[in-house]
Design a protein around this ligand. Structure first.
Ligand code: HEM
Length: 395
């Protein structure tokens, strides 16, 4: 391809401040920084996430490099086989199994189970007046949901939560001091999941693990692929959901007018959760690699380069959204970028939304006067945001 496009605006260093990133996105949909290409506009982001001219598997490897799990190091090969790092036929086979379990219609069937487990978590609060909501509500829900999905007892939930956090956290924060913690947690996850699969073999039911075992018996998955999918489910389903749920609840409680509208009409909750995800996503950037020279918005991006798709900026792009910084319950025709796209997109997104909606519903209906006891505290890292404090007065 001939490189005739105008040079991209240059960003010195990089910042995670939403105001800075937003300002950049409003001056140009693309830029180049010290770390690679930056995609800041909605349409360009949508293209990069969905087009097969962009690859993803190699970017997962780059994230492993970032925390020192480098090529040739002992555990590297056990990370590289996980779904986000795969491509080609293996990726398709691994995804087909999930897709069957996680279609919107299938997930809708989980409604009662999600409501039941959310109710259980809230019942445990008894007559508490205030709560450390991350510890006592938010961490408990996706981890118990994981147990429900695989038919494991809730007593396993704290371990599953710890393992998901210890593997995903260091990759998200690029904290090299947690490298060994991540490696140990990965192996603990493999062992735990392997033992669980062998127990379920003797007593198949209507759960995710049994579904995978049947696929293995039918020759659709190998034993190894089944194990990889089961490990992937534990790692992917908890940590991201926890932080997005905490951020969404905090974002809604910060806006008293919105909260009052939800109390008056809980049918607005799905729209409110969607808008909270748009304005305050868990993930700041999703990564892609240019598989070939590719033209985006009149600029040619060179092949083999990492592309940082800025969710934080693109989800506030004024070219596609009216008043993008405003929280609006009546937005139409907008599709979140937070869950990625194409053949890599998040297979658990419908379930994650359901968990968040039902948790907000329980809070709104049981505690209409809920409010933040202290400021919501979120720490931003290059790839995402982590909730440090969500203290809620319930009455
Ligand atoms: C709010 C919570 C969640 C967020 C923000 C989230 C976000 C993401 C993102 C951004 C990706 C990669 C998409 C891409 O690069 O195009 C992904 C992949 C994935 N997610 Fe989620 N996710 C969430 C919850 C879940 C849940 C609850 C599950 C399972 C029940 C799940 C299962 C997966 C799996 C299996 C993949 C790998 C897909 C692949 O590599 O082909 N996620 N998720």
């Amino acid at each position: 391809m001939t490189h005739t496009s105008t040079p991209l605006p240059r960003i010195e260093g990089y910042t995670t401040s939403i105001d800075d990133v937003k300002a950049l996105g409003r001056s140009s949909p693309l830029a180049i920084s010290d770390r690679g290409y930056e995609i800041l506009g909605y349409e360009a982001a949508h293209l990069a996430l969905n087009s097969d001219k962009f690859d993803k598997a190699s970017t997962f490897k780059a994230r492993l490099d970032d925390i020192g799990i480098t090529e040739g190091s002992p555990s590297r090969s056990d990370w590289e086989v996980l779904m986000p790092a795969t491509d080609g036929q293996l990726r398709t086979r691994l995804r087909v199994m999930y897709a069957g379990m996680m279609r919107p219609a299938q997930v809708a069937r989980f409604g009662d189970r999600v409501r039941g487990l959310v109710a259980g978590v809230f019942d445990e609060l008894g007559d508490r007046q205030s709560v450390d909501a991350m510890e006592e509500i938010v961490w408990r829900i996706p981890s118990r949901m994981y147990c429900d999905l695989v038919s494991a007892p809730y007593s396993l939930a704290p371990t599953a939560a710890r393992l998901s956090e210890s593997t995903q956290g260091p990759l998200m924060t690029r904290d090299t001091s947690r490298r060994q913690e991540a490696i140990d947690a990965l192996y603990e996850t493999y062992a735990l999941v392997e033992e669980h699969i062998s127990k379920r073999r003797e007593n198949l039911g209507d759960d995710f693990t049994s579904h995978m075992i049947r696929q293995e018996i039918d020759g659709k998955l190998t034993e190894r692929e089944m194990l990889l999918n089961a490990v992937g489910l534990l790692l992917a389903s908890i940590d991201n959901t926890v932080h997005q749920m905490g951020i969404a609840i905090g974002t809604l409680l910060q806006r008293r007018d919105v909260w009052q509208q939800l109390v008056a009409d809980p049918s607005l909750i799905p729209a409110a959760v969607e808008e909270a995800i748009r304005l305050a996503p868990r993930l700041n950037t999703l990564l892609r690699m240019t598989a070939e020279d590719v033209e985006v918005e009149g600029h040619v991006l060179d092949a083999g380069k990492i592309v940082f798709v800025s969710i934080a900026s693109a989800q506030r792009d004024p070219a596609v959204l009216e008043a993008p910084d405003e929280f609006r319950l009546d937005r139409k025709g907008y599709r979140a970028l937070q869950f990625g796209g194409g053949n890599f997109n998040c297979l658990g997104q419908h379930l994650a939304r359901l968990e968040m909606q039902e948790t907000v519903r329980a809070l709104v209906t049981r505690y209409p006067n809920a409010h933040l006891r202290h400021d919501l505290k979120i720490t931003s890292y290059p790839h995402g945001n982590e909730v440090e404090r969500l203290d809620i007065a319930l009455v």
